[in-house]
Ligand binder design. Sequence first.
Ligand SMILES: Nc1ncnc2c1ncn2[C@@H]1O[C@H](COP(=O)(O)OP(=O)(O)OP(=O)(O)O)[C@@H](O)[C@H]1O
Ligand SMILES: [Mg+2]
Length: 286
Amino acid sequence: MEVQSIESKKAEQTRQVEQAKKMSPAEETASQPQGPIKMSGKDVSVFYGEKQALFDVNLEILENSVTSLIGPSGCGKSTFLRCLNRMNDVIDICRVSGLITLEGEDIYNPELDVVELRARVGMVFQKPNPFPKSIYDNIAYGPRIHGLTTDRAELDELVESSLKKAGLWEEVKDRLTESGTGLSGGQQQRLCIARAIATRPDVILMDEPCSALDPIATATIEELIDDLRKNYTIVIVTHSMQQAARVSQRTAFFHLGKIIEEGETSQIFTNPRNKKTQDYITGRYG
Ligand SMILES: Nc1ncnc2c1ncn2[C@@H]1O[C@H](COP(=O)(O)OP(=O)(O)OP(=O)(O)O)[C@@H](O)[C@H]1O
Ligand SMILES: [Mg+2]
């Protein structure tokens, strides 16, 4: 019984990978990074107290593209993602070394304004986390604290355009004063994306943004990610290989705190160079 269920799980994973291969939007060309580099990590190591979670990670994130971070639980995907907008700063025992740049600028430079950095590199979390405020105020909050608009009309416009970019405007335009927490899960996640967009970021980080959503809401978010890529650089952590294949152009495979392999998404899924990558995408572990 046990053996059978493991076998059927493997068969399902193999099926998912086969399907993922077919759906991959990326081109099957060389895997060298192409296009302008938006962010880069060089020899990034992260420690939580004595415990090292990342070991000399190197990754270049290309502008106007979606980069997926995949790998088994605990391999350091969220840790790396949080390095990109210094969210690890809020964890007392966490120490980051190496160089991380945004448009060539060291984001760990002590003179850099972290609040401004987090406006430029926004984040969307696994569980939709709207503020217990109106839909309007959820979006207006960031622009207000960053002083991005000068009058109410301009703020109204920014709220509307952010909700439009997140594909939520039509569903909420008549209920902007209602609470954001009253929306469905998928709507709440799009609200959180709109909230990130409202501070006019360059980069949007997403940590398993669909894992709390049903397949229809997931499909909506995936379409949105593909659309947002035109104007933003996106880094997404996902446990779904189909999702990585559907939404990303580049994929990095993490294992035990290291990047084992990184390249064009189609190459990673169809022709991985490393046996560990091969084992992961064919469901041997993870
Ligand atoms: N706040 C923390 N304090 C101490 N250790 C942590 C903390 N956050 C993460 N770690 C450790 O760092 C390692 C990497 O964790 P991380 O959350 O980055 O993994 P992950 O790849 O995102 O996993 P998952 O897929 O389960 O979300 C793990 O060993 C984890 O226990
Ligand atoms: Mg994680």
